[in-house]
Design a protein around this ligand. Structure first.
Ligand SMILES: NC(=O)c1ccc[n+]([C@@H]2O[C@H](COP(=O)([O-])OP(=O)(O)OC[C@H]3O[C@@H](n4cnc5c(N)ncnc54)[C@H](O)[C@@H]3O)[C@@H](O)[C@H]2O)c1
Length: 419
């Protein structure tokens, strides 16, 4: 049976307890019932991470794969074999995969600029969709997809899985329990090495990726928006291209991708937030601080793209007598981290599978994806014009109205900044 209660990770959880949570997830994965069949469109780097995660969890069957690049498709088929799956079917295009009656749910893992077109190719199937982040590269396309999601007959979950990194699960559950009181300030940063190679190098061009803050940082704006609990009102950002890909060209076209930024966001409920990005760092470092009227929370993650350098995550919750006051190491065991993105990808698959069973949960919605893109897009606009931007003004000047029921994330509640 599929669990209706999703296990939460407590701040005091030990490694043994974390292993137990994953064991509980595994044993709840309907071993006797029919597993849903998944089809994956796009078997590049992320599509193959999903292959590993799906087969590691064992909740679903991997039925088939489709990719317009023969080498990627071959790598996808190999990945299924290496991960212990049955030989998958392959299809000529996304529509053929979507129309296969054995495919119950569709995972779209193609480059950002293709998401709208691929969605349009498969939407007639009405099957549940998992769509990788960012949902789109432009405000128009993001709004289109969020509106389509409102009338779509099945769940559409977005691939913003950073919210399930160990330290953020703990932080979000502490905030849900109101342990910090009313939130006033949020500070986030990411230091990491440059963008990795991609098929046809789409991530080196804003036109295909949506720009660095949309492409990479939608994860952080998703977290920031979720914690702030309100729409962004004003955004100021400074950044640009300092080090990476300054001489890079693909098929004669020079890369235009930014590699650093400082972003300040004022939310409509008075919450103040900042985000720092640096993509010319040797190692990975992420930190989050949330300041509430009753205390402060700090998380850190140290990780590496280099082999043999283990990752480390921790959280401190500094309210009087909190058990995590001096800090708790919350690094997931290797077994969970293997699932990709430090284990977070496994948790997002657990959410998606749970939604297929008709349950609602905290899987990232299209409304949340839309607002992550709006926040990132406003930061990019501010960087270009060199001054702060007013979110409602810019949206109105583009005749876009996302401040509407259904397009505003359900999780946003009025955060009384006067407390
Ligand atoms: N959630 C995360 O943490 C995370 C991490 C990395 C990438 N991503 C996202 O995953 C998506 C894919 O990224 P990637 O790193 O795997 O890129 P990639 O370049 O490694 O792979 C993309 C694959 O899609 C294929 N493709 C392109 N258009 C297609 C189409 N119309 N039909 C079928 N296949 C098509 C390409 O041939 C390629 O094999 C992007 O949206 C990216 O932003 C998410």
């Amino acid at each position: 049976m599929i669990p209706t209660v999703i296990p939460t990770v407590q701040p005091t959880a030990t490694k043994d307890e974390l292993i137990h949570i994953v064991e509980a997830l595994r044993s709840s994965m309907s071993p006797s019932g029919r597993k849903p069949g998944y089809g994956i469109i796009g078997t590049g780097m992320m599509g193959r991470e999903h292959i590993r995660a799906v087969l590691q969890l064992g909740q679903a069957e991997l039925i088939g794969l489709c990719d317009s690049h023969p080498k990627s498709l071959e790598l996808g088929v190999d990945e299924v074999a290496r991960s212990g799956g049955k030989t998958p079917k392959t299809y000529a295009d996304a529509a053929a995969l979507a129309n296969d009656p054995d495919v119950d749910a569709i995972l779209i893992c193609t480059p950002n600029f293709t998401h709208r077109a691929v969605f349009d190719e498969v939407k007639a199937s009405g099957k549940p969709i998992f769509l990788e982040k960012p949902m789109a590269t432009t405000l128009d396309d993001a709004l289109y997809l969020a509106e389509e999601a409102l009338k779509y007959p099945a769940p559409i979950q977005l691939g913003m899985q950073y919210r399930y990194k160990s330290q953020y699960q703990l932080a979000l559950s502490a905030l849900e329990r109101n342990e910090l009181g009313s939130v006033k300030m949020i500070s986030l940063c990411e230091y990491r090495p440059p963008f990795l190679p991609k098929v046809r190098e789409w991530n080196k061009f804003s036109e295909y990726s949506g720009g660095t803050l949309v492409e990479k940082c939608c994860h952080y704006f998703d977290l920031m928006n979720r914690i702030a609990g309100a729409p962004p009102a004003r955004v100021y950002a400074s950044g640009g291209r300092a080090v990476n890909f300054t001489d890079f060209e693909y098929e004669g076209k020079p890369s235009d991708i930014d590699d650093h930024a400082l972003v300040v966001v004022d939310y409509e409920n008075g919450v103040k937030a900042q985000f720092a990005l640096n993509m010319f760092s040797e190692e990975l470092f992420e930190a989050l601080t949330v300041g509430g009227c009753a205390g402060t929370l700090h998380t850190e993650e140290h990780a590496s793209f280099k082999p043999g350098r283990p990752s480390r995550s921790s959280i401190k919750i500094q309210t009087p007598d909190h058990p995590a006051y001096e800090g708790v190491d919350c690094t997931f065991p290797d077994d969970i981290e293997l699932g990709g993105h430090y284990g977070s990808t496994l948790f997002e698959h657990q959410r998606f599978h749970d939604q297929l069973a008709g349950n609602t949960n905290d899987g990232a919605t299209c409304a949340e994806g839309l607002w992550a893109i709006i926040t990132a897009w406003m930061a990019q606009a501010s960087m270009q014009q060199g001054s702060a931007v007013d979110v409602r003004e810019i949206l109105a000047s583009a005749s876009l109205d996302p401040h509407r029921d259904g397009l505003l994330p359900e999780v946003w509640k009025v955060n009384d900044a006067s407390l």
